[in-house]
Design a protein around this ligand. Structure first.
Ligand code: FAD
Length: 404
C-alpha cells in the first residue's frame, strides 16, 4: 500500500517533463491504483478518513544538499517590541523581536508600527534594517505615501530573514504563555489577519512568491498521546491561532494508515501557506526600488548615531541586531538550522514528523529540511552543525524506503 500511493518511477520521470498533459496522463498510469476513494475510505468511530492523493517521494540524500544555514530567531518573552520613543531629536519607532513569526506577521506589524506616527506631518522616513520586517515596513510606508530610505548593515539575501523556513507560522515563539495578555492577544490577532489578507493578494504571481501546500503530520503514537516536541526546554508558548483566528486556521484531517503512503501508523493532513523566500524577497526588494526606495549600507554602533540621519522619524527594524544596538537583553536568540536540498518542483507537500525533530517545506528554491537541536534556546552560535542535518535527512529517507 505504501509504495502504491507514492508516484511510481514512471510518474517521477513524467513529472520532470514540462508538459502538463503528459504529466497528468503518466501520473494517472503510474499511480494505479490511485488513493483510496473517499467513499471506501476506512472509518473509525464513524469518522471518514480523507484519502491521500498520489505523492512524489522526496529524494532524501545528503549529496543533494545545496546549503546548510543557521539563523537566530529574535525571541522576546513579552512579544515583539512595537513602541515609539524619543531619542535626542529623533522619533524612533521600534519594530523588532518577532521570534519565529517574522515573515508571517510582517505586514501586520508594519501597519501597527506606522500607526504610531500617524499624528506626525513628516513624510520622510528612515528605516534601519532590510530583513523581512524592515523591507515590509518600508513598502507599507511607501504605499501610504511616505518617502523611505533604508539604512542597513546587510540587505537581502544576506540577512537572517533569508534563512528562515518559509511557512505561515504566526504563533511560533512569538511570546511566552505568561505574557499572552488580552491586550497582546488582540494585537497579535490583528497583525495575523492583516498579514494573512495581504498574502492572499500575492498568490499566482510570477515566481510563485506565495503558495498553499498540503502538509502531512506524522506520528508513531496516537495524536492525543504527548511526544517530546522540538521546543522542550523552552518557555511555554501560548496557543493563539486556533483560538483567536479560527477562520485562518486549517484543521488537520486524520488519514487512516491504509490510506496514506508513509511507513508510520498515524497521519493527518492540513494545508498551509509557503513563502518561497528567494522569489518573495526579490519581489519585495524590486517593488521597494521601483517605488523610489533607496538602500544605504550602514552599521550603527549605538542609537546616538541616529542623530547623523537626515530623517526625523526612524523605524528601528534591526531584528536580533537590536540586542547589541540597544543593549536589549530581552531579546533571546533561538538558533535554527535548515538545509536546502536540490529543488524537486514535483514535490507539492510538506511534512512534520512528531518526536523526530523533522520538518520539511516544499519550497521552489529547494526542499527545506529543518533540524532542531536540543539546546537551541539561548544559543546564538551560527556555525552549522552538519551532523544534525545529516541525521534529519537520514530520518527523512526512512519515510521513502522504496528509494533506498
Ligand atoms: C530557522 C528559522 C526558521 C524560521 N522560519 C520562519 C517561518 O517559517 N515563518 C516565519 O514567519 N518566520 C520564521 N522565522 C522567523 C523570522 O525569520 C524572523 O522573525 C525574521 O527573519 C525577523 O526579521 P527581521 O527583519 O526582524 O530581522 P533580520 O532578518 O535579522 O534583519 C535585520 C536587519 O537589520 C540590520 N541590522 C541589524 N543590526 C544593525 C545595526 N546595528 N546597524 C545597521 N543595521 C543593522 C541587518 O543588517 C538586517 O538588514 C524563522 C527563523 C529562523 C531562525
Amino acid at each position: 500500500m505504501h509504495r502504491r500511493q507514492f508516484l511510481g518511477r514512471a510518474g517521477i520521470a513524467a513529472a520532470a517533463l514540462s508538459s502538463p498533459s503528459l504529466l497528468a496522463a503518466s501520473a494517472a498510469r503510474a499511480a494505479t491504483p490511485a488513493a483510496v476513494p473517499a467513499s471506501t475510505a476506512p472509518a473509525l468511530g464513524g469518522q471518514a478518513f480523507a484519502p491521500t492523493p498520489p505523492l512524489v517521494p522526496i529524494k532524501a540524500a545528503s549529496d543533494r544538499i545545496v546549503a546548510i544555514s543557521v539563523c537566530t530567531r529574535p525571541f522576546r518573552a513579552q512579544g515583539p517590541r512595537t513602541e515609539r520613543e524619543q531619542i535626542g531629536r529623533k522619533t524612533v519607532v521600534h519594530n523588532y523581536g518577532h521570534g519565529g513569526s517574522g515573515w508571517s506577521l510582517s505586514w501586520g506589524t508594519a501597519e501597527h508600527a506606522l500607526r504610531l506616527i500617524q499624528d506626525m506631518d513628516e513624510r520622510e522616513l528612515a528605516i534601519i534594517g532590510c530583513g523581512a520586517i524592515g523591507l515590509t515596513t518600508a513598502l507599507v510606508a511607501q504605499r501610504a505615501g511616505y518617502r523611505v530610505r533604508i539604512y542597513a548593515a546587510e540587505r537581502m539575501p544576506d540577512v537572517r530573514s533569508f534563512l528562515a523556513t518559509g511557512a505561515w507560522t504566526p504563533e511560533s515563539r512569538i511570546c511566552s504563555a505568561e505574557h499572552a495578555t488580552p491586550e497582546f492577544e488582540r494585537r497579535w490577532a490583528d497583525m495575523a489577519r492583516i498579514s494573512h489578507r495581504r498574502y492572499q493578494t500575492m498568490l499566482g504571481l510570477p515566481g510563485d512568491p506565495i503558495e498553499w501546500r498540503d502538509q502531512y503530520v506524522l506520528s508513531d503514537v496516537p495524536f492525543d498521546q504527548p511526544m517530546p516536541g522540538a521546543e522542550s526546554g523552552e518557555p511555554e508558548y501560548p496557543v493563539l491561532e486556533s483560538r483567536l483566528t479560527p477562520e485562518l486556521h486549517h484543521r488537520s484531517q486524520p488519514i487512516a494508515q491504509s490510506a496514506h503512503p508513509f511507513p508510520v501508523p498515524y497521519a493527518k493532513r492540513t494545508t498551509n501557506m509557503v513563502f518561497n523566500i528567494s522569489s518573495y524577497s526579490r519581489m519585495l526588494m524590486d517593488e521597494y526600488l521601483q517605488l523610489g526606495g533607496e538602500v544605504h549600507t550602514r552599521h550603527f554602533e549605538s542609537p546616538r548615531q541616529f542623530a547623523d540621519l537626515r530623517e526625523k522619524i526612524i523605524l528601528n527594524c534591526t531584528g536580533y541586531g537590536a540586542r547589541a544596538l540597544l543593549g536589549d537583553d530581552s531579546i533571546v536568540p533561538v538558533r535554527g538550522q535548515t538545509a536546502r536540498l536540490i529543488p524537486q518542483p514535483e514535490v507539492n507537500y510538506g511534512l512534520y514528523w512528531r518526536g523526530h525533530n523533522l520538518s520539511v517545506v516544499p519550497r521552489r528554491d529547494g526542499i527545506l529540511v529543518q533540524a532542531q537541536g536540543e539546546h537551541d534556546f539561548g544559543d546564538d552560535s551560527t556555525a552549522p552543525n552538519a551532523q544534525l542535518t545529516y541525521d534529519a535527512i537520514a530520518q527523512l529517507a526512512k519515510l521513502f524506503p522504496a528509494l533506498g
